[in-house]
Design a protein around this ligand. Structure first.
Ligand SMILES: *[C@@H]1O[C@H](CO)[C@@H](O)[C@H](O)[C@H]1NC(C)=O
Ligand SMILES: *[C@@H]1O[C@H](CO)[C@@H](O)[C@H](O)[C@H]1NC(C)=O
Ligand SMILES: *[C@@H]1O[C@H](CO)[C@@H](O)[C@H](O)[C@H]1NC(C)=O
Length: 554
């Protein structure tokens, strides 16, 4: 295996994918392009934002992306099995205890050869998406203790990484064994159009085997996917992980409880990963390769789900080109140059609530205008002279849009000289999205300002002036503009349950603000409750005024 790996590395060095393939029938291979990164900017932005996070991966379940990933030394990984020994060769590992416990349930065989199956363990029985692999160990025969005596004993294994584990992370819900696109990046791209056979384990043993053969040649220990929980398909249990414990699970008859909460408990356990696994998974965004970087047709071939992107409309030649490109990136050293997900997060956290607020009918015209100005004027260099003319203000607005779009990318610019081609493509996509947000906000601002052509230059109280109904119509139109923007952005954040209504915020006493109640019973607070007088908990003057400013240290 090592020899093949070396050979691949040498080949990649001397014959870059492009050259090798151009001889192949004389067709020039497709390359990633900034045009594609722009055309698919919203998809790329969301793929970066959702990578390694269960929530967004469940909603955008057809993934086109691959990321080199590291699970750090010391991380615990779990496995449920019919065996009390580590599997030989490849097997599945979970990041959550409960996820693996689905596969370590013991069952007693009843007369007639059927296994007893307490209600709650139906999901882990002979059917269901996750079951086949664990109930039937994939790599060697079923010979746990009790076999032959009519018992099927389950074992729960704990492993610990004894070094950093290198994995290929496949985005979307790539462990979902479906026919509507969740397997495209594996079956069409990595496996060059092989799927099934859809037998017991839904073709997953063949899939795992062929992908392991490939990714171990690329220097990985395995690959990683998402279903109800994160899973690692680990290609060789004899390397990189140590078995730290095995427990034999009780027969259902020997337990006090019914076990009926199992599915609830598994689902609850994996919600930990909705926003990512924090320190347990590091994705190398600078090594991201996505189908969205390439000029391919990503439309769905199934008219019933036009919302779903597919790789099925792309040709096999193109998919092989992407695979070749991916292989070349994987064979290079890990980079971790830019934490692009942090940059996507900074944009989402700045604008998600503000856009939802402005798009809401509940919000008054005045609050709409206040919010709009808070979201735009940060980037607007106010006129220094009274009587600035319109063209001047046009220029200022366009500079402000640049400044606004650039703002969130500044952390990436500090290492610009080290950017990989992939960094540049992600930059193009994120900048495209940021510009759309900023452009839309400034367009809305201009449309409101246009109602007040004679507004004295120093005035900013546009909500107080002019014809109310005209302003109202303009605000209604503006909401439409912002709702369309939200449609393009399609942030999965907006599908999460809000902690507070759109016009309230979760508040805990934070110096110098906060009344007693905000310390003892933090909760949702309305706009009108949040004023400079909301003080008192921190002592000092309970009637603040300029006192508040003093306490800030100004
Ligand atoms: C892309 O694929 C879809 C689905 O197969 C097809 O309907 C559409 O015509 C294709 N678009 C282009 C530009 O080829
Ligand atoms: C994949 O194989 C199937 C069945 O052989 C074929 O119908 C399909 O067109 C192939 N897909 C691509 C992208 O070539
Ligand atoms: C702030 O302090 C000044 C002088 O002490 C006082 O005249 C003014 O009324 C105060 N302002 C408020 C808002 O309390």
């Amino acid at each position: 295996m090592l020899a093949r790996q070396l050979l691949a590395a040498v080949c990649a060095l001397y014959w870059p994918a492009g050259v090798a393939k151009a001889q192949d029938g004389g067709r020039a291979p497709i390359e990633p392009s900034h045009g594609s990164a722009k055309a698919n900017a919203f998809h790329i932005f969301n793929a970066v934002h959702s990578a390694g996070r269960l929530w967004g991966s469940a909603l955008n379940h057809n993934g086109f992306g691959f990321f080199p990933a590291v699970i750090p030394k010391g991380t615990l990984l779990y496995h449920g099995s019919r065996q009390d020994r580590p599997p030989l060769g490849l097997e599945w590992l979970a990041l959550e205890v409960e996820h693996s416990e689905l596969f370590s349930i013991s069952r007693k065989q009843q007369p007639g050869g059927r296994f007893s199956s307490p209600k709650a363990s139906d999901a882990s029985g002979e059917s269901g998406p996750a079951s086949a692999r664990a109930q039937k160990p994939l790599t060697h025969s079923d010979a746990g203790d009790g076999a032959g005596r009519g018992n099927s004993r389950g074992y729960f294994h704990t492993y610990r990484a004894n070094r950093d584990l290198n994995l290929l992370y496949i985005d979307g819900m790539a462990a979902a064994k479906t026919t509507f696109g969740t397997l495209d990046s594996q079956d069409l791209l990595l496996r060059e159009n092989k799927t099934g056979p859809w037998g017991d384990n839904m073709g997953d043993l063949e899939r795992a085997g062929s992908i392991c053969d490939m990714v171990t040649d690329w220097g990985f220990d395995g690959f990683m996917r998402v279903e109800i929980g994160f899973e690692v398909i680990y290609c060789d249990f004899s390397s990189g992980i140590d078995l730290t414990g095995v427990t034999r699970s009780l027969m259902p008859e020997d337990k006090m409880g019914t076990g009926e909460m199992l599915v609830y408990q598994v689902a609850r356990a994996v919600t930990r990963g909705y926003d990512g696994l924090a320190g347990q998974l590091r994705l190398d965004f600078s090594g991201m390769v996505s189908g969205f970087f390439f000029p391919i047709n990503v439309s769905n071939t199934d008219p019933g789900r036009p919302d779903l992107v597919r790789l099925a409309a792309a040709g096999m030649d193109e998919l092989r080109d992407i695979k070749g490109y991916l292989r070349d990136v994987c064979l290079q050293p890990r980079r971790f140059t830019v934490g692009w997900q942090g940059i996507a997060d900074s944009i989402v956290s700045r604008f998600a609530d503000r856009l939802a607020f402005m798009a809401s009918e509940k919000v008054s015209m005045e609050n709409f205008v206040d919010e709009l100005e808070r979201a735009t004027l940060t980037y607007f260099d106010a006129p220094s002279l009274p009587g600035d003319i319109d063209t001047e203000s046009e220029r200022r607005s366009s500079e402000a849009v640049d400044r606004c779009a650039e703002h969130y990318l500044l952390p990436a610019h500090v290492v610009r000289d080290d950017w990989s081609a992939e960094d540049r493509l992600i930059h193009t996509a994120i900048k495209t999205v940021a510009r759309d947000i900023c452009r839309s906000l400034f367009d809305v601002r201009s449309s409101l300002l246009a109602l007040f052509p004679d507004l004295p230059p120093k005035t900013h109280r546009i909500s107080k002036a002019g014809d109310g109904s005209e302003l109202e119509r303009a605000v209604i139109n503006s909401r439409q503009v912002l709702r369309r923007l939200m449609g393009r952005l399609a942030w999965t954040e907006w599908k999460m349950i809000r902690r507070c209504p759109v016009d309230e915020m979760l508040f805990v006493s934070m110096f110098p603000f906060g009344a007693d109640v905000d310390y003892w019973r933090p909760g949702c607070r309305r706009i009108e409750e949040m004023t400079f007088s909301r003080v008192g908990y921190w002592g000092l003057d309970r009637d603040p005024g300029n006192d508040t400013e003093r306490r800030f240290g100004h």
